[in-house]
Ligand binder design. Structure first.
Ligand code: IVH
Length: 584
C-alpha cells in the first residue's frame, strides 16, 4: 500500500470511529487504538504535506492561528419560527394547515434544541462551510471552529446528494457547561448564564484549538437543496443520519393532533433527563410538496411552528436582600426567599443581578415575587405581585458601604456593578486572590481548596500569597480541622509550586485583566517580573493583544508598595519570577 492509500485508509477509519463514538454512541475501538491511528495519520500527513486535506480527521484538533470571521450570504434565508405556548394555539396551527392544504397531512414532531443554529454546506460530500444564522440573510463563517465538533461529519458517507445544506443546532452539553463554569469561576472569569450562551460564545472564539476542548455537539434538523432524494422531511432526516449526521432519536412522525399533544406532554417531563438543553417542540408538515404549497409569511414558514415549554414558576415571599462581595470586589445582591418548590428543587435564593435590576423591579421587602428557573441555573425573579404589597413596605435599597469591610463602594461609569475598592483589606477579596493563586491553572497547589484557604486565613496563618511559603507542617497540624497527612500535602504542594513557570506565576498573581493568555504574552515579551515592572505604557501596549485597559491595570498593580513587598517575599522563597529557569 502506498502512502496516499494508507492516509486515505486512516482518514476513513478515524472518521468511521468518530461517527460510531460521537453520533451512534457506540464506540468500536479503544481510546488507545484510536490515538495510535490518529498519531500514525498525523505523522504521515506531516511527512507528506502534499496530501493535506482540511477535512482530514486530524484537523479536528484545531489550530492556534487567529482569524477574523468572514461573512457569508445564506443560499436560503435562515428564518425563525412562530411560537405557541398552549395546546389551544397548537390546535389553531393544525386547523390553519388543514384549511390551507385541504388534504391529509402528517406532522413531524422534534425537540427544539436550545443552542445556536448553524448552516452546514457540503459539496461532493465534503464540508465546505459552516455559517451562523447572523441576521438571517448572512452570517459568520465559523468553519474552522465547526470542524472541531466531532458529531459534524467532515466527509459524508453512503448515498449523499452532490450538493446539500444541513441546518442544525450546536449545543454545549450540560456536563461540559458545568465543568466550564466551574473552571471559569476558579479563574474569576465571568460565568456563562446558560449552555446556549456558552455554545454561541464558543463558536465565536478565535482559537479553534480552544473550541475543540469545549466538546460541543450538533443535532441536525433540516436538509435543504435542489432535487433532494426524498419527498418528505422525515425521510431526508433518516437518510442524513446515514450520511453521518446526528439526528435526534426523539424525532417522530405524527398522524393526528392528539398524537402531537402526547408527544409534547411526554417530552415536557422527559427532557429533564436529556444531556442537552431544550426549550420546546418544533412541529413541521412532513411532505415537502405540502410545505411548498403552504409557503412562508415574511418571517417564518406556514408549515412549521414552535411550541415553547413553560418555564416553571412559583410565587413566594421576598424576606430580605443580602449583598455578597466577590473575589474582584464586585457586590452582588441576592434575594432571600421563603423556601418554595420549583422544578424539583427547593428554592431559597434568587439572583438580583445589580442595583438597576432592583430599581426596575421596584422591589420592596415582603413582596410576593414570581421566581422562574428557565434555561438559567440560578433562579430569577421575573415579576412582583404588587396587589399583595403592604402600604408600609420598605423599598429595597442598594447598600453604599461594603458589608464585609465597611469601605465606601464605587461604581465605574460604564458598568452596572458596584465595587468595594479595598482590595488589600477586604476579607473575601483577599481569600479569593489566594484561592486563585493556588488554583490548578495557576500555582496548582494540591491540598488547598477554598475551605482550607478560609480556615488558614481565619486563623491568621495566612493573609497573603507570600505567607503560603512560610507554612510549616507542625503548625498546620495544630489547627483543629487539619490532619497530619493533609498538612504534609499542603507543605509539599507549596514546595512543588516553586517549579511552576513564570507565565503561570504571573497569571497566579491575579492582576486584573491579566488572564492566562495575556500572562503568557507578557512573560514572553519581557522575560521577567522586573522587566514588566519597569515597562512603561508604550512598551506594554506594543505587545500583541495588550491594549489600554490591560496596560493601565499592570502599571497600577506594580505601582503599589504592598504588591512589591509580596513579590519580593515570593522571590526570596524561590518562586519563578523569570522565564527559563524551570521546564514548561
Ligand atoms: S426548524 C424555518 N427545528 O429554533 C425554520 N429549529 O426559530 C427552521 N431550533 O434558532 C428551524 N431545534 O436554530 C427547527 N428541531 C428544530 C430546532 C430548531 C432548535 C432553533 C433554530 C432557530 C429556532 C427557530
Amino acid at each position: 500500500m502506498d502512502v496516499k492509500e494508507r492516509i486515505d485508509e486512516l482518514r476513513r477509519l478515524l472518521n468511521q470511529y468518530n461517527y460510531d463514538y460521537y453520533v451512534l454512541n457506540n464506540p468500536q475501538v479503544s481510546d488507545f487504538d484510536f490515538d495510535a491511528l490518529m498519531r500514525e495519520l498525523q505523522e504521515l500527513e506531516k511527512a507528506h504535506p502534499e496530501f493535506f486535506d482540511p477535512n482530514s480527521p486530524s484537523q479536528r484538533v484545531g489550530s492556534d492561528i487567529s482569524s477574523a470571521f468572514q461573512q457569508i450570504e445564506h443560499q436560503y434565508p435562515m428564518l425563525s419560527l412562530g411560537n405557541t405556548y398552549s395546546a389551544g394555539e397548537v390546535h389553531e396551527f393544525y386547523t390553519r394547515v388543514e384549511r390551507g392544504l385541504n388534504s391529509k397531512f402528517e406532522v413531524v414532531a422534534e425537540l427544539k434544541y436550545d443552542g445556536t443554529s448553524i448552516s452546514l454546506i457540503y459539496e461532493n460530500g465534503s464540508l465546505v462551510s459552516a455559517v451562523t444564522r447572523g441576521d438571517g440573510v448572512r452570517g459568520d463563517d465559523v468553519t474552522a471552529n465547526v470542524r472541531t465538533i466531532k458529531s459534524v461529519p467532515l466527509q459524508l458517507h453512503g448515498d449523499y446528494p452532490e450538493n446539500v445544506e444541513l441546518r442544525g443546532e450546536i449545543l454545549m452539553p450540560w456536563q461540559v457547561f458545568d465543568d466550564l463554569n466551574r473552571e471559569r469561576e476558579a479563574q474569576e472569569e465571568q460565568l456563562f448564564a446558560n449552555p446556549r450562551n456558552a455554545a454561541s460564545g464558543t463558536l465565536k472564539l478565535q482559537n479553534s484549538a480552544e473550541v475543540a476542548k469545549r466538546r460541543l455537539d450538533c443535532y441536525v434538523y433540516s436538509v435543504l437543496g435542489e432535487g433532494l432524494p426524498y419527498k418528505t422531511h422525515f425521510e431526508n432526516l433518516i437518510h442524513a443520519r446515514e450520511w453521518g449526521f446526528k439526528i435526534s432519536d426523539a424525532t417522530r412522525c405524527c398522524e393526528s393532533f392528539e398524537e402531537v399533544m402526547e408527544y409534547i406532554n411526554y417530552w415536557d417531563l422527559e427532557r429533564k433527563n436529556l444531556p442537552v438543553a431544550t426549550d420546546g417542540i418544533v412541529l413541521k408538515v412532513n411532505d415537502l410538496n405540502q410545505q411548498f404549497n403552504l409557503g412562508f409569511t415574511a418571517k417564518s414558514p406556514r408549515w412549521a411552528i414552535a411550541y415553547k415549554f413553560k418555564a416553571e414558576q412559583a410565587l413566594t415571599r421576598l424576606e430580605s436582600v443580602s449583598f455578597q462581595v466577590g473575589r474582584t470586589g464586585a457586590v452582588t445582591p441576592v434575594a432571600n426567599l421563603q423556601a418554595v418548590q420549583l422544578s424539583g428543587t427547593t428554592v431559597k435564593r434568587a439572583s438580583l443581578h445589580n442595583s438597576d435590576f432592583i430599581e426596575k423591579m421596584d422591589l420592596h421587602i415582603d413582596d410576593m415575587v414570581y421566581v422562574e428557573k428557565g434555561g438559567e441555573i440560578i433562579p430569577k425573579i421575573t415579576g412582583v405581585d404588587v396587589e399583595q404589597r403592604h402600604k408600609e413596605a420598605a423599598k429595597v435599597l442598594f447598600i453604599d458601604h461594603c458589608p464585609e469591610c465597611g469601605t465606601l463602594l464605587v461604581r465605574n461609569s460604564d458598568e452596572a456593578a458596584f465595587y468595594c475598592p479595598n482590595e488589600d483589606g477586604c476579607p473575601p477579596q483577599i481569600k479569593g486572590r489566594i484561592e486563585h493563586f493556588v488554583s490548578r491553572r495557576a500555582m496548582n497547589i494540591d491540598g488547598l481548596g477554598s475551605e482550607t484557604v478560609a480556615l488558614l486565613f481565619d486563623s491568621k496563618m495566612i493573609s497573603n500569597v507570600a505567607d503560603l511559603y512560610d507554612l510549616k507542617a507542625p503548625e498546620l497540624v495544630r489547627l483543629d480541622r487539619l490532619q497530619q497527612k493533609s498538612a504534609r500535602n499542603i507543605v509539599q504542594g507549596v514546595r512543588d509550586s516553586l517549579e511552576v513557570p513564570f507565565a503561570r506565576v504571573l497569571f497566579a498573581l491575579g492582576i486584573r485583566y491579566v488572564g492566562e493568555t495575556v500572562a503568557k504574552k507578557l512573560a514572553q515579551a519581557f522575560g521577567s517580573i522586573d522587566a514588566i515592572k519597569e515597562a512603561n505604557y508604550d512598551a506594554l501596549i506594543s505587545v500583541d493583544e495588550i491594549g489600554d485597559r490591560i496596560a493601565l491595570s499592570v502599571i497600577d498593580y506594580f505601582s503599589k508598595a504592598e504588591h512589591m513587598a509580596i513579590i519580593e517575599r515570593l522571590r526570596d522563597s524561590g518562586v519563578q519570577l523569570e522565564i527559563g529557569r524551570a521546564h514548561v
